[in-house]
Design a protein around this ligand. Structure first.
Ligand SMILES: Nc1ncnc2c1ncn2[C@@H]1O[C@H](COP(=O)(O)OP(=O)(O)OP(=O)(O)O)[C@@H](O)[C@H]1O
Ligand SMILES: [Mg+2]
Length: 609
């Protein structure tokens, strides 16, 4: 007797549903994506009991033809692609023709729709083993409403995996947020148990878009983020959006939204590129926050990697990785107290004498005259200004018996540098400075540490990497693939200061290493670098390792707490900060300075209230 038989359509769909429909949130994702693919401009999401009891989604999109309605609910039925070539450059969010079939096999589903040209709407409902759909006329404006009730009513085992209503709703809300961030031009409404949770108007200009980002990610993110807008004309890549300041880092990777051609994805290559860009400025174990949009030729990205389409595969992975890294690295590098105001300073620092001098300078106590830095020239005029103004010179020990009186005449205000002029030092830790806005507080050790660190890095770059032969060459056993990669990237390793030689199918010998890494575990480092290179086409591990060493040196070289600085020394520090990349954070990601505006101070003292 034959034992093999065809599965019923419902059972086949229920099995397939396991991949797509995990929880109410996945249903909302699929339905909203369908609405967006249909060109909807307004989306209403109505859920009860976190979507387990009811999910109703109404759109004003193109609608579905009467005869297509039953098809829409069957498996492998789609209007979005015709042949394989279409899949290779697919621009719609859906294309598998599976979502509605899957959802309707594990719930009670009603689909009501009306095309613009139709006299009235039609409705299909499914229930029962064979999933045959019943058509009936209905009242509905142009567009589509999908009503899903009793999720997993017929698959109790799946139902058991659902979490509390609270958790399920969090997931569901997250899906709506992601899609709201992906399409600023579409209005979104989310209601839970009759209560409006989100109401988002279409946002066309930047200010409106930032308002939406604030509504979704919290206003603090928008306040403490930088705008990214990068284009690589040659490769046709562009990256736009917002990245959180390093000081706005999070304990979890929960504020990371990355869209590729409008599709939210989670991708190892992307995460890696972003992390690298933040490598130097993030507190250990913290996660950056970002909302970023990558646009590229759809033919260069494969979205058909996973049923939920959360993952993608880039055809030019290295190029994309490099572009994301560079773009973010550049924006972060520009963080400094209002960089636009200090071009002259930047130029001055750039023509600093030789590397040796720079190195010397790192460890030069702050109170010595700092001739090499070039910043000194800026202090001289300050000295004169100082006398002309109604400053009373404080004693060099920070707090003078009569605190200094500093006031700017209005025409002098225009010349005040972003971080202002120092007025005092507090407990040997903080520098107090007055600028246009009010009071600036600087953590002098943190700030100086960053300055020293950035200079050490520059000096290292200028000198190139110096290598040193190993007394006893290290032989490393690798897989054939790894050894091949080591050979392929030979030039790169050379640039990094390594000399490698292939000694057999599965052996590489390290003959020479960068001086700075002579004491490191070079074997482990080589393995890690190779694995990065094979996965992402590049590796910054060596650089990171060297940077770690430099950071330690910087930390020891930086001015310690409890050192009394003179006013010119403090001003010199402020000017250096203005001219230094990433000077807003110390090497561990802590902020180096903060501003208290006159308004904030007035509030503290209830002035003018
Ligand atoms: N809200 C809607 N408005 C208009 N047409 C819709 C809507 N929802 C579904 N459809 C139609 O029903 C078809 C089936 O939808 P379904 O979500 O099952 O598959 P898909 O979107 O084509 O692919 P995927 O399984 O990848 O989502 C779609 O191709 C589309 O033609
Ligand atoms: Mg779909």
């Amino acid at each position: 007797m034959s034992q093999i038989h065809l599965l019923s359509p419902r059972l086949a769909n229920q099995i397939a549903a396991g991949e797509v429909v995990e929880r109410p949130a996945s249903v909302v994702k699929e339905l909203l994506e369908n609405s967006l693919d249909a060109g909807a401009t307004r989306l209403e999401v109505d859920v009860e009991q976190a979507g387990i009891k009811l999910i109703r989604i109404r759109d004003d999109g193109d609608g579905i033809e009467k005869d297509d309605l039953p098809l829409a609910l069957s498996r492998h039925a789609t209007s979005k692609i015709y042949e394989l070539e279409d899949l290779e450059a697919v621009a719609s969010l859906g294309f598998r023709g599976e979502a509605l079939a899957s959802i309707s096999s594990v719930s009670r589903l009603t689909l009501t729709s009306r095309r613009i040209c139709s006299e009235h709407a039609w409705q299909v409902q499914t229930e029962g083993r064979d999933m045959s759909a019943q058509l009936s006329p209905a009242a509905h404006p142009q567009g589509t409403t999908v009503e899903m009730r009793d999720l997993f009513f017929n698959t109790p085992a799946r139902r058991k995996f659902l979490k509390t209503e609270n958790t399920e709703f969090k997931h569901l809300e997250e899906v709506v947020k992601r899609l709201a961030l992906s399409r600023f031009d579409v209005a979104f409404q989310l209601k839970h148990n009759g209560r409006v949770i989100h109401q988002l108007k279409p946002a066309s200009v930047k200010a409106e878009q930032e308002r939406r980002v604030a509504a979704v990610c919290g206003p603090a993110f928008v306040d403490q983020s930088l705008h990214v807008d990068m284009n690589a004309e040659a490769s046709g890549l562009s990256l736009r959006g917002w990245i959180g300041l390093p000081t706005f880092s999070r304990s979890q990777a929960d504020l990371q939204y990355f869209f590729v051609n409008g599709r939210m994805i989670r991708d190892k290559l992307v995460t890696h590129a972003v992390r690298q860009a933040y490598a130097d400025v993030l507190f250990h174990g913290r996660h950056p926050a970002y909302v970023l949009y990558l646009e590229l030729d759809p033919a260069l990205v494969d979205v058909n990697v996973h049923p939920t389409k959360h993952e993608v595969r880039f055809r030019e992975g290295r190029l994309v990785h490099d572009f994301i890294f560079r773009s973010i690295h550049r924006v972060i590098g520009e963080i400094r107290p209002d960089a636009s105001n200090v071009p002259a300073l930047q130029e001055l620092t750039a023509v600093e004498a030789t590397t040796e001098q720079k190195f010397d300078q790192q460890y030069m106590p702050l109170h010595q005259p700092r001739e090499i830095s070039g910043v000194n020239e800026q202090i001289a005029p300050y000295g004169q200004l100082h006398q002309n103004r109604s400053f009373s010179q404080p004693s060099s020990s920070g707090f003078s018996a009569s605190p200094p009186v500093v006031s700017f005449e209005s025409d002098e205000m225009a010349e005040v540098p972003p971080l202002g002029y120092a007025v005092a030092q507090l407990h040997g830790i903080y520098v107090l400075s007055q600028n246009k806005e009010g009071l600036v507080l600087v953590d002098m050790h943190a700030a100086h540490e960053r300055i020293v660190y950035e200079r050490l890095k520059l000096a290292c770059e200028a000198e190139g990497v110096r290598s040193q032969p190993l007394l006893v060459p290290v032989s490393v056993a690798l897989s054939v693939r790894e050894a091949d990669a080591a050979e392929e990237f030979d030039e790169l390793f050379e640039k990094l200061g390594f000399e490698l030689a292939r000694m057999g199918e599965e052996t590489i010998v390290i003959r020479q290493v960068p001086v700075t890494l002579a004491k490191a575990n070079v074997e482990q480092l080589l393995r890690d670098v190779l694995s990065d290179m094979m996965m992402f086409g590049s590796s910054r591990r060596l650089e990171e390792h060297m940077n770690e060493l430099l950071a330690t040196m910087a930390c020891h070289g930086a001015v310690r707490a409890n050192r009394q600085l003179t006013l010119p020394e403090m001003n010199s520090l402020l000017r250096d900060m203005e001219a230094t990349e990433r000077s807003g954070q110390c090497n561990h990601g802590r902020p180096t300075w903060t501003q208290l505006s006159m308004g904030e101070l007035d509030k503290l003292f209830m002035r003018g209230q």
